[in-house]
Design a protein around this ligand. Structure first.
Ligand SMILES: Cc1cc2nc3c(=O)[nH]c(=O)nc-3n(C[C@H](O)[C@H](O)[C@H](O)COP(=O)(O)OP(=O)(O)OC[C@H]3O[C@@H](n4cnc5c(N)ncnc54)[C@H](O)[C@@H]3O)c2cc1C
Ligand code: SF4
Ligand code: SF4
Length: 489
């Protein structure tokens, strides 16, 4: 595995406690040196996390822990965010450090117990916790900057205490209903993109370790939701065992049932702009693959850990022996760098697919608005052709927004289709960051305002944030949420 760019820094603080909890840590660790009684506040914290873990594993670490907040909210900004050394992750080191930590704490308690009844007893007791908070802040902070923000959490004695409590809860069968683990909706829907692993603060590999019930049974998981929030397929949740079983049984996998493992050869690579290339693959096994416009394919980029990237199909299914995809070279992008630097004509590549149903146009739709943002235009290249040639759709509009005009791939083709379509198809290109552009300027949202969209089905593709803001505007304009479908990366 190439380590560079593998782990991604991303938002991890989804609640006020997780964002600002670090103030508690800093107050105890530093203010506590002057007001040692503050250290006694740590006692309810230890009781709380032990009790919580009995029911919910290390949920506390990912959602309530004030040190965790320091790592996720503050340190992440300056962390090198690189791989945590195996040594810190080993059970041997975890147990050894736990025993050492407990030994030191008990030794200090025994000394302070001798002062029971005197005025300084509570202060000295508080100071024990203040110093331990200070040590965690300094050591954990340093490790967090040098490696990954949550390096300390790999061997934190409080984490070990929670694992012991959780193990007990599991043995007694309590956790079945209360423990919400990372759960995959259905394995046929997973892109195997590894993003859940790349954003995981604990550097776990959820997508490679789901159980038969599609759950992550790893006691090190801190239930922090980071993988859930970042999964591009939006197929992860935190669920208990019962909910996972129901999901597995009832999940609608329409659009994913034809997914197969494919070997294909790259037969052409064509440059469409300075950082966008179209790759043509000829299927080898099987020789033919049926797909629909609007679906996507997975392309394997590495074997260990097995990782794919999803790309929308940019060819129509006229020739089932071939598939085309268009790829943008993302600066510092882990997968696109591998593809642009290593894939060449003649290479035999593993694909999986076809997959997806979100951009399959309703066959009964009479008016369709397609919105492609940036490289999100790719699925609409075959979709426009198919809508014109095969559907009974009367009005087809395509809004295509990019930052710069050179990103307007297939521009001439869309204009040619528009000219020949007898007003059935309208093409609206928009550019946001090029003052000399003669056409529509601004964002896609600026050019929705003058459109009358009653009765339209809308299909969108682009970045998560762009899709979100366009959806909000469409709903404000009266488009029903059930008439909006999208795919985002
Ligand atoms: C269903 C589906 C279809 C897709 N279709 C296509 C397609 O047709 N063509 C295509 O090129 N990609 C497509 N993608 C995106 C593609 O799968 C990869 O996510 C993309 O190539 C970036 O991967 P990476 O490993 O290079 O970047 P990463 O290392 O995963 O990302 C690096 C950084 O770049 C950011 N980033 C990712 N994508 C973009 C972007 N487009 N613009 C700006 N910043 C970005 C990330 O947020 C991250 O911070 C699709 C994704 C999905 C889920
Ligand atoms: S789609 Fe990607 S992020 Fe989501 S579960 Fe699968 S591998 Fe993980
Ligand atoms: S697997 Fe998901 S929930 Fe668990 S620690 Fe990693 S990112 Fe957080």
């Amino acid at each position: 595995m190439s380590i560079k760019n593998y782990y991604i820094k991303t938002e991890r603080t989804f609640t006020v406690i997780r964002k600002y909890g670090f103030i508690f840590t800093l107050a105890i660790a530093f203010l506590g040196l002057w007001i040692p009684l503050m250290g006694l506040l740590v006692i309810p914290v230890i009781i709380g996390l032990t009790l919580y873990a009995f029911f919910k594993g290390r949920f506390w670490c990912g959602n309530i822990c004030a040190h965790g907040s320091l790592y996720d909210s503050v340190l992440i900004k300056i962390s090198r965010n690189t791989q945590i050394p195996k040594f810190f992750r080993s059970q041997f080191f975890g147990v050894l450090f736990f025993l050492f930590f407990m030994f030191m704490m008990i030794k200090r308690f025994i000394i302070v117990i001798g002062l029971y009844g005197s005025l300084v007893f509570f202060e000295r007791m508080g100071l024990i916790f203040v110093l331990s908070y200070l040590m965690v802040t300094l050591v954990g902070g340093t490790l967090g900057v040098v490696f990954m923000p949550r390096t300390w959490c790999q061997f934190c004695p409080m984490g070990m205490l929670q694992k012991i409590s959780y193990g007990l809860g599991k043995k007694l069968g309590v956790t079945k209903a209360t423990d919400e683990k990372v759960t995959l909706a259905h394995d046929s829907m997973c892109h195997k993109c590894g993003k859940c692993s790349r954003v995981c603060p604990m550097q776990l590999e959820p997508y490679l370790n789901f159980s038969d019930l599609n759950q992550l049974d790893d006691a090190a998981c801190i239930r922090c939701l980071t993988c859930v929030e970042n999964c591009p397929a939006e197929i992860l949740t935190l669920s208990n065992e019962k909910a996972a079983a129901i999901m597995k049984k009832n999940m609608d996998t329409n659009g994913f049932n034809e997914r197969k493992k494919i070997k294909a050869q790259i037969v052409n690579i064509e440059s469409l702009s300075e950082d966008i290339q179209e790759y043509s693959f000829k299927f080898l096994t099987p020789l033919k693959v049926d797909y629909e416009s609007g679906q996507f394919m997975l392309v394997k980029i590495q074997d260990v850990p097995e990782t794919f990237r999803a790309f929308s199909i940019s060819s129509t299914a006229h020739d089932p022996s071939l598939v085309k995809i268009i790829i943008k070279n993302i600066r510092n992008g882990y997968g696109s760098e591998i593809i642009f630097n290593h894939f060449k004509v003649g290479d035999i590549i593993d694909l999986e697919g076809p997959m997806g149903r979100d951009l399959i146009v309703d066959p009964l739709a009479k008016k369709v608005l397609l919105i492609g943002i940036g490289i999100g235009i790719t699925p609409f290249i075959p979709m426009v052709k198919d809508l014109i040639e095969k559907s009974t759709c009367k009005e087809i509009k395509l809004l295509f927004g990019t930052k710069f005009s050179h990103e307007h791939i297939y521009h001439e083709e869309f204009e040619a289709i528009e000219r020949k379509s007898n007003k059935r198809f309208e093409f609206r290109p928009v550019v946001s960051r090029e003052p000399n552009w003669n056409g529509r300027k601004g964002h896609v949202t600026d050019h929705l305002q003058d459109m009358k969209l009653q009765g339209y089905k809308v299909y969108m593709c682009g970045s998560h944030n762009a899709i979100h803001s366009v959806s909000e505007q469409l709903i404000r304009m009266g488009v029903k949420p059930e008439d909006i479908q999208y795919e985002s990366a």
